[in-house]
Design a protein around this ligand. Sequence first.
Ligand code: ADE
Length: 273
Amino acid sequence: MRLDVVTIFPEYLEPLNVSLVGKARARGRLDVHVHDLREWTYDRHNTVDDTPYGGGPGMVMKTEPWGDALDTLLADGYETGHTSPALVVPTPSGRPFTQELAVELSERPWLVFTPARYEGIDRRVVDEYATRMPVYEVSIGDYVLAGGEAAVLVVTEAVARLLPGVLGNAESHRDDSFAPGAMANLLEGPVYTKPPEWRGRDIPDVLLSGHHGRIARWRRDEALRRTTANRPDLIERCDPAAFDKKDREMLSILGWEPEPDGRFWRRVKAVEE
Ligand code: ADE
């Protein structure tokens, strides 16, 4: 997968050299190109922003540097045999970045990120490139960052670990919180490793039992416990058909019951967590 990032803070993207993303690059799974937007400014002050039409606070990033930067890197990519770029525009006004979207992006051969500073980029830039390629406007959460670079790091890490040959064990995706399948919409429960006793704290006996069925059940109960506590909205969105008899018993213990129409679950009583 090819990744291009255009930014006024190329050094902000240094973490792309470390850890999992760094390894993916070293293994040739990721071909990362970070570009300094100011290379496409032609005035003495390397201006990338200007005042907003219509007034208001803050500054808006100008069309020309973005257009010239994107044209240049796209031409370079096409010349070197890359195809089907998609634009990823980090913005608090975008669609929520989810595991599902990470999977979708991981299946594309070429992602071009445009992290903005200030009040964002002149809208015409997105409108222009949307005529040539898919555009994903994504938000990594309901808060406002000073710029989109941290969002690029977040999206890149979530995508890179899904690329074939990047995570050692392909099974490690399977039980991810938010992974599709039986655990869809449930958060992963707690995990333990050696030693079996630490500061007087033991690990749950079931994990030492060697009984795969019971361990799987325990993990699912813990996932239900954690999800009801931390993300009740996820349980409310679940299809009740995804819950087996044991799930229902656990949910009932946790204070959740089916709606009269059987479609949704809701908390009917608070329980001590
Ligand atoms: N830029 C500023 N805030 C952001 C957010 N929450 N997600 C993505 N990009 C952003």
